[in-house]
Design a protein around this ligand. Structure first.
Ligand code: GLN
Length: 389
């Protein structure tokens, strides 16, 4: 998890995902860099230093799975694995020009994976093509006795894709093509929409009025779950243990204050605050209510379309240091990825060309458990875009 608190930790068992990949013949070559515990959008919160963007080394690769994305784009490995709690597979895919898939919540076992926010965490692949993405999903998905939150894959074959987009309907999310999004990103997405239309896709405009609350809701629910999940790092059973504590409470305090970085601490504090008595109704419970409204919005939005589309991130890769001084600015990078996590729906980022030498990612979302359909439509779009630069 690129964290000092787990520095040198040697896991005594393997995650189900790793086991499944190894059984299928894959060779695990390395662990990639990331923002510590998945908290970030640039890898600048890694306790081991940042990863650089292969397209421009003065810029970030996105995050939190920035190392995974950079490794694939550099051809170091044909695919990598990331987790996506609020965009950590799709946003680095967007910044590096790779394909990043966040499957339906529960489709991939999380046994053996460091938990961030348990109600949105999903594991998925970063690849250079939809075909590779489907190949990896085929191997890693399915019910796991060791993760009771997994769902059945219903005998779906993810590699048998229907990629004909003729006559299929795509809803452009109105709220994602609005102010706050870099006009150059918008024009690239508009060009991609045109290409989908030219390939026979039917384009509609869809409004999701509650989606504007998704970022605020995410930054209440996610820290609440983070503060609970990270309470296990107490220096007693595993990981870093501070030598400075003279009694048990002091040992916890020293271990956690020395072992966690500032961003991790910020989220633990926010999470403890929004769930504390006196504030839980105002923040945590209200956020859960609005989360349901966002889910209902998606349900209505999918009524007349096969998929919803829009940008993955509001900007292209930003420069190192550009957002580190202001956490809110950093959080804004997640504004278009978090809604899919809150709703548990599958979403994918596909390269849609470049502006000023930097990649732009098109995001495609589908209904829950429509991962095969999503990959098919994404492959049709991939062909329609034709490796467009
Ligand atoms: N950038 C988001 C965050 O900082 C997403 C992180 C993730 O998906 N792990 O929370």
């Amino acid at each position: 998890a690129a964290s000092n608190i787990l520095k040198g930790f040697n896991p005594p068992y393997s995650a189900t995902v790793i086991k499944k990949l190894e059984e299928a013949g894959a060779v695990l070559v390395a662990k990639a860099n990331m923002d510590s515990f998945g908290h970030g959008a640039s890898t600048e919160n890694s306790d081991f230093g940042p990863t650089k963007n292969p397209h421009d080394v003065t810029r970030v690769p996105g995050g939190s799975s920035g190392g995974s994305a950079a490794a694939v784009v550099l051809g170091m490995t044909p695919f990598s694995i990331g987790t996506d709690t609020g965009g950590s597979i799709r946003q680095p895919a967007s910044f590096t020009g790779s394909v990043g898939l966040k499957p339906t919540y529960g489709l991939v076992s999380r046994f053996g994976v460091v938990a961030m926010a348990s109600s949105t965490d999903v594991i998925g692949p970063i690849t250079t093509s939809i075909e590779d993405s489907a190949l990896v999903l085929e191997v890693i998905s399915g019910k796991d006795q060791r993760d009771p939150t997994t769902i059945d894959r219903d005998n779906v074959n993810y590699t048998d894709l229907d990629s004909d987009i003729k006559g299929r309907t795509f809803g452009v999310i109105k709220e994602y093509m609005d102010e706050g999004v870099d006009p150059k990103v918008i024009s690239k997405i508009e060009a991609a929409v045109k290409a989908i239309e030219n390939a026979g896709g039917i384009i509609k405009q869809v409004s999701l009025p509650q989606i504007k609350y998704a970022l605020a809701v995410y930054y209440i629910i996610m820290p609440a779950e983070v503060s609970s999940n990270l309470s296990r790092y107490d220096g007693v059973r595993f990981g870093y243990s501070s030598p400075d504590g003279t009694d048990l409470d002091a040992a916890y305090d020293f271990t956690r204050s020395q072992g966690f970085n500032d961003e991790v601490k910020r989220r633990i504090l926010i999470g403890a605050y929004v769930t504390s008595s006196g504030y839980a109704d105002e923040y945590y419970k209200k956020a859960q209510t609005v989360r349901t409204k966002i889910i209902n919005d998606f349900e209505a939005g999918f009524k007349d379309v096969d998929a919803l589309i829009g940008p993955t991130a509001p900007t292209t890769a930003f420069a190192f240091g550009e957002n580190t001084g202001d956490p809110l600015k950093m959080y804004l990078s997640d504004i278009m990825t978090v809604a899919a996590n809150l709703a548990g729906i599958p979403a994918i980022c596909i390269p849609a060309g470049k502006v000023d030498g930097l990649p732009v990612g098109l995001q495609v979302m589908a209904r829950q458990k429509q991962d095969r359909e999503l990959l098919g439509l994404a492959q049709g779009i991939e062909t329609a875009l034709g490796g467009e630069q």
